[in-house]
Write a protein that binds this ligand. Structure first.
Ligand code: ATP
Ligand code: MG
Length: 413
């Protein structure tokens, strides 16, 4: 993509009311637009990051037989009344509205109830199970505080998956597979070494659920980490978590973390409430065993920014960067440098390499500062030297290390 065509612009200052580093940087770099507190729009560069994170998650969910769908944002009050979760005392984040008829509707803050109710149309026998469905969707939540930028939105993108199993055993088997799939997601994103499965309170059915917590000073959670075991315990269940892990307090480190995902067992509780039953091989009617599995896509993006960015701006891991390369031409329209830059751009595009091309007539210093702010993993500089020698300076954003590469080497990498 040509930067001269990109409608967004970088700016020196973030809005004065924005306190979170992730949002400050993303706004300055033109990745997102702040509509109001906790509500952000995703602009071309920001959307590319969202889509790349989603694609990694999608591939891993598909590998464990997840099937992608998309549910509705408008939800029926009656359904949530069945499970007593329409009540503001039980769920304090609802946005509610009304139809013209006066009937109340809710804006989806979560989807266990509607998905489970919908599955009644498709699950009748053990032959219809197991079934794994997931979606990426904008959730709407009337969060009390929204000071963490995109890490806590009132509108945010979540991947939520739901598993429907015939037995507790089949459920546990899938639960384990999801744990592994989640680990692969965080490894691919470059957060594998600092993201830990964490015991958290279990809700109605089991003693524990698992959160995936990424070590991050801007995170809102406090967890207790056992480095040796690569596992942690959320503050809220510290005592019983230590018992479960067979560890004592002095083996644990108190650290700040961001909950980037979680997995939950509902057992047969919700299926019984909503009436989701199947007939087993003997024709006996049984409730379906339900699990739910979230990943906060936009929270993950904010966490990546918090962890990797530096004094100069954003730093994207290659796996989620909007573009792999930032091609920066130091020429002026029509000169030899600019002609060389144009030809390199054309070749990279032809080879399907993702490249942002700074083809604007601006000072080198200005271009480099902006390139650092935007944070692509590799910057290819096209200047006088490149014209003279055919060798390009390639700068790694994360280390600042400079390598000299030929045309062919760039295309091959
Ligand atoms: P939290 O304790 O942080 O409020 P939660 O327990 O409400 O999270 P879930 O409802 O289970 O979270 O949502 C699944 C995932 O969605 C979370 O693990 C988190 O990564 C993400 N998430 C939850 N709330 C928000 C939010 N307001 N903004 C951005 N991401 C969120
Ligand atoms: Mg919450």
């Amino acid at each position: 993509m040509r930067q001269s065509k990109l409608f967004t612009k970088t700016r020196r200052e973030a809005p004065a009311d924005e306190v979170a580093k992730n949002a400050q940087l993303l706004i300055r770099a033109g990745y997102i637009h702040k509509e109001m507190a906790g509500v952000y729009a995703y602009l071309p560069l920001g959307l590319r990051v969202v889509e790349r994170i989603k694609q990694i998650v999608r591939e891993e969910m598909n590998k464990i037989d997840g099937q992608e769908i998309i549910m509705t944002a408008l939800q029926r009050k009656e359904l949530w009344e069945v499970t007593d979760r329409w009540n503001d005392k039980n769920v304090d984040v609802w946005f509610k509205s009304q139809l013209k008829s006066g009937a109340e509707v809710g804006l989806g803050w979560s989807h266990e109830e509607p998905i489970t109710d919908m599955m009644k149309h498709f699950i009748a026998s053990y032959r219809d199970l197991p079934a794994y469905v997931y979606q990426f969707q904008t959730k709407l939540r009337n969060e009390l505080r929204a000071k963490s930028g995109i890490m806590r939105g009132r509108e945010f993108i979540m991947k939520d998956m739901y598993s429907y199993s015939v037995s507790e055993e089949e459920h546990q088997n899938f639960y384990g597979k999801t744990m592994e799939a989640y680990k692969r997601v965080f490894e691919r994103i470059g957060l594998g070494d600092r993201t830990f499965p964490t015991f958290a309170s279990g809700g109605a059915f089991t003693q524990f659920s698992h959160e995936f917590q990424t070590l991050c000073d801007a995170g809102e959670d406090v967890i207790y980490l056992h480095r040796g075991k690569g596992q942690a315990i959320n503050k809220e269940v510290l005592e019983s978590g230590m018992e479960q892990m067979g560890v004592s307090r002095d083996e644990l480190e108190e650290v700040r973390a961001a909950e980037v995902g979680n997995i939950f067992s509902f057992g047969d509780v919700k299926s019984k409430q909503l009436g989701l039953y199947f007939r087993d091989e003997d024709g006996v009617e049984k409730p379906v065993i339900l699990g739910s599995y979230g990943i906060g896509i936009t929270r993950l993006m904010g966490t990546i920014v918090e962890i990797f960015s530096d004094g100069k701006g954003l730093v994207w891991p290659e796996s989620v960067a909007p573009f792999k390369y930032h091609l920066v031409s130091l020429g002026r329209e029509g000169d030899d440098i600019s002609k060389l830059a144009e030809s390199v751009y054309a070749e990279l595009v032809e080879a399907d390499v993702e490249v942002l091309y700074d083809d604007r007539d601006l000072r080198a210093g200005e271009k480099f500062a902006e390139s650092d702010l935007l944070g692509m993993p590799h910057r290819i500089v096209v200047g006088k030297d490149a014209v003279a020698t055919g060798v390009f300076e390639v700068v790694r954003r994360v280390t600042g290390a400079v390598e000299k590469k030929s045309h062919a080497e760039i295309l091959a990498s």
